[in-house]
Design a protein around this ligand. Sequence first.
Ligand code: GLN
Length: 254
Amino acid sequence: MKKLLAFVLCLAMVFSFAACGGEKDPAASEAPKAVLKMATNAYFQPYEYYEGDKIIGIDAEIAAAIADKLGMELKIEDMEFDSIITAVQEGSVDFGMAGMTVREDRLEKVDFTTSYANGKQVVIVKENSAITDVEDLFADGATWKAGVQLGTTGDIYATGDLGEDRVTQYNNANNAVLALIAGDVDCVVIDNEPAKALVNANEGLKILEATYADEDYAICVKKGNTDLLNKINAAIDALVEDGTIDTIIAKYIK
Ligand code: GLN
């Protein structure tokens, strides 16, 4: 009798286990996704900017698509542009994505993925500015002052071409444009698409026709993190191939 009872009990246990295993409870069975941390500077429309308290834009959407391909959960950390490379080097984030131009000097500090977009540096002036061409900035005896975002290529070029005394560095694009409006600087050297957004959002500004410089944007990862670099590159390739990146860019750049 005891043996039979034990047998029945065993059987009951086996069945209840089987029943448990067969149940589809996604919350219980799905392991939490690993977090993929991105550093950006979210004052750079249309690549990254706030809509309410959410960071949206070309980079934010491409990053989300990459994280999705990697089966990871994207977390975006907003910081000053100038802090992004350091954060990547220190490993407090997994990658930096901020309309970031691939440059030799940056390649000494971080590794860059395949480029996912092109950019160019342009010059914003007031509508009635005496500066009518980018060349005016470099003319002999010119004293025009430029505003830039600290640590950007606009900063690097303007500081190199005009000299430190004629360049003021701001923490983000908005502050540089506010300084232009206030008359603290005569122009702002910045990437083309953010320049368009800033000119649209503020009255009395225009973009000079000539391009200051052409650039390629890419994602940066910690130097030597070839595992992540290869994974992101494979994701970018796939997202280029299936048209996702073009679709995202076309959504934000008409
Ligand atoms: N493309 C520029 C750079 O890489 C500016 C990027 C930015 O301000 N987010 O320096």
